[in-house]
Each structure stands twice: as structure tokens, then as C-alpha cells.
Design a protein around this ligand. Structure first.
Ligand code: PLP
Length: 401
């Protein structure tokens, strides 16, 4: 029996079957490269799911984690630790200052915090009926009950009804629909600057500005979910910067720990101060190990100027993919890109890419997502484009561009 077959048997017998897994088990990574249990090498153009922005086993992050593991892994939030406030200050600095941060362990927890904060804020800005949050169809905000209710994909909510009340969904990119949904029971609008899981759909030009203006007019909070887009991926530190707006609340997670679980909810001070001691908590939030990893991540990100690198690399990747047969458009910003195909064969293309040694995924029947590490080299991009090109040529045919 191969190592993979052994793992598959163990998984089938002992792991809750919540994931439709590809039959590959990764055992090692370095930079943009991954190796599987059978010794095959891959180029990773997914980086987890937009998590490993500095690449696998980044030496500086790895040694910070090892050093912290030998120093202090955890103390409870009943006490200060020497890293959590420093990390909060760094995140606040990236967001322009004047804010407060709450730490959790995932994107869903960061959004859960934002939703609770909006309810707390709504209570003092309109009263107990002001707890509704407007989000977009095809959004993705997480799988906890509240973030699932926020997620604008009814089919994902259906098996778990009733989900918590207080969420309204509007078409993404349509300011008039948002305006119609905003009555005085709405405490906040929650949006991704680029819908990642929903198919790599960037906010249309002018939309985030219109959302900001509506939130100002109706005295509602603008919450931006930067869990997938944050920390350089779109070619700016945060996706909302493409629109020049300043949100009231920003959530981040994936790239912050480069694989170490951590999530953060930032709010401008007046909003963040809606929470009082006892309102929100999590055992592992802002613990020394994750905070140390995140500080190391931010050090490297700033030194390498990852937003600029992502912008340049994203252009090379998009230009390359756009020349391939069957690709009708490339959507997205920076290194969060979706290649739209002229037919619904994304699943087969992804499988052929894996055969060719490239990890990408399908976010729709006709869309392939690319989210490589932000330090990806030009050569790695060119190799990836060649692999996708070969897969498309086989499946769609050279003459079918
Ligand atoms: N928000 C966005 C935009 C995401 O892309 C994701 C995960 O893909 C989440 C929230 C949920 O994050 P997590 O899976 O860490 O809970």
C-alpha cells in the first residue's frame, strides 16, 4: 500500500468527512514548492488558500516560531503577554493608526468578532433593533453559524437552518440594491473587496466608494473582510486601498501567520471601544506563539514590499494566462486572479495542472483561481503559465482561443 493509500484509509475511518479531497497528501514545502507523500514535486500557486504568502517554510518565520516555542507558547488573556500589544500596534499602523485590534484564530473568528462588534455598536447607535448586517450574494465570510448566515450562498446555509437572524444579502457591486436594503435596523455592511471563494469577483470601480458614502449617510459601519485579500495580495496592503476608502472595521487572517492560525479584527477606536471587558474572548487569541509568527511575517512583508511585488508578479501572471487557449478573461487584483474559461472545464484543467505539477483550484465551473506566494519568481510564473497552457491545449485545443 502506498503512503497515500494508508493516509486515505486512516482519513476515511477517523476524520469527519467534511472535505472533498484531491488524492494527494503534501508532506513538505519550501518557497513556492511542495512535495507529496510519493515524492512528487509541485509548484504551489494556491499557497494553501491564499495563506502562505511568504512561501512554505520561510526561514525567518520558522526560526521565530521555533524560538518562541522554546520561550513561551501560551499565557491566558487574563494577563498581558509581551507580543500581543506589539502586534496590535503593527496592524494598526498598517491600517493608518487610531484603531483597536481583537485577536482570534481564523478568518471566521475575525468576522464573528466584527459582527458582534457591529451589534454592540448598533445598540448604542439606534437601540436593540439595530443589529442587521448587509452582505453580498456570492460572498464568503466563514463557516461558524453567524459567518455562515453572513455568507451570501443560500445553499451552504440550507443544511443548518435556522441560521442566526439579522443578515440581508444584496447583489455585489450594485449600490442601488444596497441603498434599498439599508433601513435604520442596519448596523453594518460587510463586504470583500474581491470575492475570493465566490469566483474571484473584484468590486466594480466606484462600488466601495458608494458603499462608504451610503454607510456615512445612514450612520452604518463599513466592515471590509480582508481575510483573503489582506496583507499585500491584491497589490496593495489591503484591497480597500484600491478604492481609496477607509473602512470602520477590517478583518484579516490567512496571510497574517503564513500558516500559523491567527485572525484579527481591527476597528477604529470609537467602534472598537464598543466592547467592554467580558464582551468577547477566545482562549488562544493573540497568544505568544501566533503573535510572534505574525510579527516575523510583517517584518518580512515590509522588507520585501510584498504589495509591490504582488502587483508586478500579478501583471506577469495575468498577461501570461490571458494568452492561453480557452481563456476569455482574467479577473482579480495583484496575485488573486481568476482565469475565466470559454467552457465549464475548470475541474478538468485543475486536475491536468496537478498532473503537470502545478497546484491551482477551481472557484467556479469555468474559473481557475491563482493565489501563489507573493514572493513568487518570474521563472516560476512562466513555468506555471506553461503548465496551464499545456492543460488547456489538451482539453480545449490550441485553435480554440
Ligand atoms: N472570509 C474570507 C473572505 C475568506 O476567504 C475566508 C476563507 O476562505 C474566510 C472569511 C473564513 O476564514 P477561515 O476559513 O480561516 O475561518
Amino acid at each position: 500500500m502506498s503512503a497515500l493509500e494508508t493516509l486515505q484509509l486512516l482519513d476515511a475511518e477517523h476524520v469527519m468527512q467534511t472535505y472533498g479531497r484531491v488524492p494527494i497528501a503534501f508532506v513538505r514545502g519550501s518557497g513556492c514548492r511542495l512535495w507529496d507523500s510519493e515524492g512528487r514535486e509541485y509548484l504551489d500557486f494556491l499557497a494553501g488558500l491564499a495563506v502562505v504568502s511568504l512561501g512554505h517554510a520561510h526561514p525567518e518565520v520558522a526560526s521565530a516560531i521555533a524560538d518562541q516555542a522554546n520561550t513561551l507558547l501560551h499565557v491566558s488573556n487574563l494577563y498581558y503577554n509581551d507580543l500581543q500589544p506589539r502586534l496590535a500596534a503593527r496592524i494598526d499602523g498598517l491600517l493608518g493608526g487610531g484603531g483597536r485590534v481583537f485577536f482570534g484564530n481564523s478568518g471566521a473568528e475575525a468576522n464573528e468578532c466584527a459582527i458582534k462588534l457591529a451589534r454592540r455598536w448598533g445598540m448604542t447607535h439606534g437601540g436593540p433593533s439595530r443589529f442587521h448586517v448587509v452582505t453580498a450574494f456570492r460572498s464568503f465570510h466563514g463557516r461558524t453559524l453567524a459567518t455562515l448566515a453572513a455568507t451570501g450562498q443560500p445553499e451552504k446555509q440550507e443544511p443548518f437552518q435556522p441560521v442566526p437572524e439579522g443578515f440581508r444579502h444584496v447583489p455585489f457591486g450594485d449600490p442601488a440594491a444596497l441603498e434599498a436594503a439599508m433601513d435604520d435596523r442596519v448596523a453594518a455592511v460587510l463586504l470583500e473587496p474581491v470575492q475570493g471563494e465566490g469566483g474571484v469577483n473584484p468590486a466594480p470601480e466606484g462600488y466601495l466608494e458608494a458603499v462608504r458614502a451610503l454607510c456615512d449617510e445612514r450612520d452604518a459601519l463599513m466592515i471590509v473582510d480582508e481575510v483573503q485579500t489582506g496583507l499585500g495580495r491584491t497589490g496593495r496592503w489591503f484591497g480597500f486601498e484600491h478604492a481609496g476608502v477607509r473602512p470602520d472595521v477590517v478583518t484579516i487572517a490567512k496571510a497574517l501567520g503564513n500558516g500559523m492560525p491567527i485572525g484579527a479584527c481591527w476597528a477604529r477606536a470609537e467602534v472598537g471601544e464598543s466592547f467592554s471587558p467580558g464582551d468577547h474572548a477566545t482562549t488562544f487569541g493573540g497568544q505568544p506563539l501566533a503573535a510572534r509568527a505574525a510579527l516575523a511575517v510583517l517584518d518580512v512583508m515590509e522588507r520585501e514590499d510584498v504589495p509591490t511585488r504582488a502587483f508586478r508578479a500579478g501583471k506577469r501572471l495575468a498577461d501570461g494566462v490571458l494568452t492561453l487557449p480557452g481563456v476569455v478573461a482574467v479577473r482579480g487584483w495583484g496575485l488573486l486572479l481568476g482565469a475565466q474559461l470559454n467552457r465549464p472545464v475548470a475541474g478538468a484543467v485543475v486536475a491536468a495542472c496537478l498532473e503537470g505539477g502545478l497546484v491551482v483550484n477551481a472557484v467556479a465551473a469555468d474559473t481557475i483561481r491563482f493565489a501563489p506566494p507573493l514572493l513568487v519568481s518570474d521563472d516560476e510564473i512562466d513555468v506555471a503559465v506553461d503548465i496551464v497552457g499545456a492543460a488547456l491545449a489538451d482539453l480545449i485545443g490550441e485553435g480554440n482561443a
